[in-house]
Design a protein around this ligand. Structure first.
Ligand SMILES: [Fe+2]
Ligand SMILES: [Fe+2]
Length: 255
């Protein structure tokens, strides 16, 4: 499937496209280190959101421990700068089957989709880190932008609506990442262009999986809630943003 076909549902889902001003900023060579570093962190956060969701809602104690152990070296690298790419390449290896706790209302489908997502996001993490390592771009931790927080603050406080909202937000983050990768790719060098295009397929599936899960768990029509978060998301993308990150809004022109 050509990637334009892959993007059609994503562009229909999102309520706005990335403004050109963001692309103009993101393609500047002096911003490459920031883009790659933030992208690296986004991959870990994407994996962590999948992990938090199934640990909170679905899996048994042993599975929960196995997930924590899987993440430990990645988190130590990001938060404590311990370990290296070589260690992490070996670490993305979940051998234990992740299974539901006995009283879980949410079944194996949520777990299977999230476990696949976790493995893929950690693989992307390693791919970004490999590119940074090869280019001698040092890793340094940077603060998170307003984007995810700006959506998460609207999450309902009761279940299952809280879970449904988090899944809808997951769909928006994945869809936006996909749209930005596609829009930014042609402006980057060959290696990054190919890499960003290669990410589209899995990120497009992640978006779909989140939306499918939200619909399944709601057991009814969620289009109003999807539309609501779409409006919140579009506002975060289109409004002025002093910060510049992978998911930031319209950059404020620097004098
Ligand atoms: Fe990813
Ligand atoms: Fe993803």
């Amino acid at each position: 499937m050509p990637y334009s076909t892959l993007l059609t549902p994503i562009l229909n889902f999102l309520q706005c496209q990335t403004p050109d001003a963001w692309i103009d900023e993101a393609k500047k060579p002096e911003n490459l280190q920031l883009i790659l570093t933030d992208h690296l962190l986004c991959e870990l956060k994407a994996a962590q959101s999948g992990m938090f969701l199934i640990r909170k809602y679905a899996v048994d104690k042993e599975s929960s421990d196995a997930l924590l152990a899987l993440f430990k070296p990645f988190e130590e690298f990001v938060y404590k700068k311990q370990g290296s790419l070589q260690d992490l390449l070996k670490a993305n290896n979940l051998t234990k089957a992740i299974v539901p706790k006995s009283d879980s209302k949410y079944g194996q489908d949520l777990i299977d989709k999230m476990v696949l997502l976790i493995k893929e996001e950690l693989h992307h993490f390693n791919q970004v880190l490999e590119i940074m390592t090869n280019r001698n771009i040092p890793y340094s931790n940077i603060t998170a932008g307003r984007y995810a927080k700006g959506m998460l603050k609207h999450v309902k406080t009761f279940e299952p609506n809280a879970l449904i909202d988090k899944l809808i937000i997951g769909a928006y983050i994945e869809a936006r990442s996909c749209e930005r990768f596609a829009k930014l790719a042609p402006h980057l060098d060959d290696e990054l262009n190919k890499f960003y295009i290669s990410l589209l397929r899995s990120e497009a599936r992640h978006y779909e999986d989140y939306l499918t899960l939200a619909t399944e768990i709601a057991g009814g029509d969620i289009s109003e809630r999807v539309k609501y978060f779409g409006e919140v998301e579009a506002k975060l993308i289109l409004s002025d943003d002093e910060d510049f990150k992978f998911h930031s809004g319209t950059p404020i022109k620097q004098a």
